[in-house]
Each structure stands twice: as C-alpha cells, then as structure tokens.
Design a protein around this ligand. Sequence first.
Ligand code: ATP
Ligand code: MG
Length: 564
Amino acid sequence: MPTPTDSAEEKKPSRNFIQQIIDADLAAGKNDGQVHTRFPPEPNGYLHIGHAKSICLNSGLAREYGGKFNLRFDDTNPAKEEQEYVDAITDDIRWLGADWEDRLCFSSNYFDQLYDWAVQLIQAGKAYVCDLDAEQMREYRGTLTEPGRDSPFRDRSPEENASLFAQMKAGDFPDGSHTLRAKIDMASPNVNLRDPVMYRIKRAHHHRTGDTWCIYPSYDFTHGQSDSIEGITHSICTLEFENHRPLYDWFCESLGIFHPQQIEFARLNLTYTVMSKRLLLQLVNEKHVDGWDDPRMLTLCGLRRRGYTAASIRAFCERIGVAKFNSTIDMAWLEDAIRDDLNTAAPRAMGVLRPLKVVIENYPEGQVEQLEAANHPQNPEMGTRTVPFAREIYVEQGDFMEDAPRKFFRLSVGREVRLRYAYFITCTDVIKDDQGNVVELRCTYDPETKGGNAPDGRKVKGTLHWVSAQHALSAEVRLYDYLFGTEAPGKAPEGGTFLDNLNPDSLEVLADAKLEPSLVDADPCSQFQFERNGYFFADPIDSKPGKPIFNRTATLRDSWKKKR
Ligand code: ATP
Ligand code: MG
C-alpha cells in the first residue's frame, strides 16, 4: 500500500506555462516530437544575470525534453558588434554550464539566404525599395493612436524594386538613402506591421563578413528566419517581442518556410541594479567600475569574479521561475543562492579584517601551539588543519568595546570570551595612542580551557575568531556593497541621471587584513568562509603565488538589508 510519502514523490512538480505549452505540443505530435531551443544574444555587450535566466531556461528545456539547444549570435548590426563580445559571451555561457554542442551559429552566416528571401518577397510584390530618409519615414509611420501614411514609393513594380535592391547591394547609393521595406499595412494598429524596414544601407565593417556587404538586414527580418533555418521549435523570448510576433509570422508565412512557435516570458529585473546593456556599457566606458568583470557588476563575468558559482546562478534561475508578467526580484534571492551553495561547499578559515592586537600576558613568550581546527563544522569529511597560537594575536576591532552594554558578549575590560579552537581569555587592560584610539589589548588566558571548554563548567557567551600575529598572512581584502544605493536605480532622480544613484561606498579595500597562515597557498578562485565574516574568493586575476587577494562574495547573513 502506498504511504503518504510515496504519493508525494509520485506527484509531478508543478509545470510552468512554457513546459505546459511544450507538453501540449508533444502530446499533439507537433514538430515530430522534437524540442529545439536557442539563446540568441546580440554581440554588443557582456552577458548579465538577466541573460542567465534566458540561457538556463532555454538550455534547461532542451535538456529536460532530450532536445537540442543552439547558441546563435544575432549579429546583424555591424556598427556595435565586436569579436571581443563574441568571445566573452561564449566563455560565460560555457561557464554557466549550457552546452550547444556543435551548434554555434551566427545570423551573419545566413546573409546570402536572407538576401535571396528579400528578392523573393520583392518578386511576390510584398517588399519595395523606399527613398524616404529616416526622418521622413518617422513622419509617415503615424503614432500609436493615428494610422500611418503610405510611402510615395510603395507602388513601384517588382521589376523596378528588384533592380533598385540589386543597386543597393552593389553600393550604388549612399548610406541611409534607400531602404527595403515589407509591404504590409500602414494603417495597422500594430506599429511593427507598418511596412517595417528589412534592409538598410550601411558601409560598416562586420566582425565576420568583413566588407562583403554594404546592406544589412534588420533584426526583425533576421530573427524569425534564423530560428526557422535552425529548426527552432520553441522560440522563447522576452515580453517586449510580443508585438513583433505577428511580423515574424508574416515573414515566415509569406516565404512559405518552417514556422517556429514564439513564446514570451517576463524578463528578469532585480533590485539595486540596472540590466540594460546600454547603461552597463556606460558604467564601463566612464570608469564608474573597473570593467565588465568588476565584482560589483551583475554581469556573469562580474559575478564570477565576485565568487558566485555557476551552480548558484542556476539555482537562483530555477527558484525565481518564469512568469508572464514583469516584476522585480529582490536581490536577496541571488545572495541566498550563493550562501546556500557555499555554506556546504566552502571550507572554513579564520581571517581578521580590521585587526586589533591582543597580548596574552600569561602565555609563555616564544611558545607556539599548533591547534586543530575543523575545516567544516557540519562535514567532518572535509578534515582538519592546524592553526598556530602564540602570545600575540589579532582579533577584530569590532570585537572590543570600551563601555560595553551588558549584552555585548565580546571583549571589554573584565570580560571573558572563547577564542575559537583555542582558550578562554579575559581582557585586563586597554592601551591607547596619543589620540585616544585603542591600539592594543592586554589579556590573560586560562590554560585549563584548551579546545574551548572550561573543566569547571563555566560558560562564556562569545566566541571570537583570531589569528596569531607572528604567523599571520597580511593580505588585501575587498568588501563590496551594492553598486547602487537605491532599489530601482534605472529611474533617474529628477534633473539627474541614473549615475546619481551610484552608491559611493560600494567598494572598501582593506589593505592589511590578517589571515591564518594556511591561506598563503590559496589558489586563485578558491573559496572560503572566513568565520563570522562571510564568504571569500581568491581573486583570479590579481592574486599572485603566495599573495592571494580576497573578494568578499557575500556576508554570512543578509546583514546589509537589516541595516536599513
Ligand atoms: P538589447 O537592449 O541590446 O537588445 P538585450 O538584453 O535584449 O539587450 P540580447 O543580446 O538581445 O540583449 O539578449 C539575448 C537574449 O536574452 C534575448 O532573447 C533576450 O530576450 C534575453 N534577455 C535579455 N535580457 C533579459 C532579462 N533581463 N531577463 C531574461 N531574459 C533576457
Ligand atoms: Mg535584444
């Protein structure tokens, strides 16, 4: 007889609306039971966390249904596209764990085919060469509330159009003087159907086709057909393309070619960040950040350099799911995903970020003990290491308070605390400099409390991390806060720009943190939890052998949020 657990296990997890559509397609025998998706970036910037959502969604569906996933660069705009972006995007997607196998595609590979299709539409009387310039075309287009007007060139014969289009291609006309337009309906309530541009003249070097072409197809004339050529069954895109769908349908139907099904979902928005490539590019170009991979950027390379793992980003995308309506996700979701991952995976270590020296007066001078410390409190399989203990140690400045309230369970004169893996110590005296700053503490230790327990059963409430002064590794540690100080930074304050929302304290560099000596061998990209201080990642670029530099990936709890 099935137990309640059995039936719970049998219950299928709930299906999102895209899975429901695909399930229904498969049940109806559409596409010969195939599922083929793609991720279609334009190589004009680096990928961000929003793109990760689309990559995880598309590649995840292909994996789930035993289908295929393509990576296709929609590279129709030569002016803004660069090989640098192609390389960075491929690298990021591979890192994220999506596999396009041998299907790395480029829309520019279809330029010949697209040209032939344009000629086909001209011959069918469905496309014409127009001499209106950009300004005039805007005037003729009408508005959301008024219909447009027909272009005076709309009724050219197919023969005349064919010859003019050939001349466009041959370079007989200056840039911007002519366009090829689809002949659809200037009065359509959908502005995208008001004779949209299919080709424009632009003498620009293309990163793949070089100077072969001086005319380039528009994104709208390229995207749907590229999907069609690749046999994409489910063309998944963000909501703003909903109004383009009738146009993609019109092209595929007019050309009589395979017709992928477009499904729209809501793009990911996150608090405290901007997601537009244009704004990200501005941050980089104007040096408000140290490049696309600045750990404060929510680009994939930035997150990676911050110490986010691919698994945590996949888990985040899975948890937020897909929806039909735009919303904004709290940044805390992303931080929780990396904490969950690192909490299990990252070995523990001790690092003092803002050191305060402590002299343990009754500890023998010159004596050093190697104390055993667990690498992970919940996972004994991760083993142990030793940390040296000596007469002079560092503790965190914030772990001492002069006039401490009763509930301050850390150091103050007369108070006793536990040093992690070591002894109980009691603060006996405070040493200050001329300005009255606390520069050193004097303490005594209880030799009976080795390992952190008192044989007489007395308790202490506070346990502090520490590092032996003579053995400490001095290292640079970088702490990050949100790049923006407001929840919706894309919205500029009145009379200002989004840059006014930048958080001036988003980066704090601690030049001389004191870390336990075992970290001297930390390889770039290795990850640790520094006890009580958060998760840290050895910077892959700036770390040198024997001299790691650590980026804080996340605090242990969402302490930042509570502060506000
Ligand atoms: P642009 O404004 O330059 O078009 P873009 O972010 O749309 O920027 P693309 O390179 O065209 O850039 O994006 C590739 C794919 O990623 C598209 O299919 C797009 O729908 C998807 N995508 C972009 N931003 C998000 C987001 N925030 N959430 C989910 N998917 C996104
Ligand atoms: Mg786009």
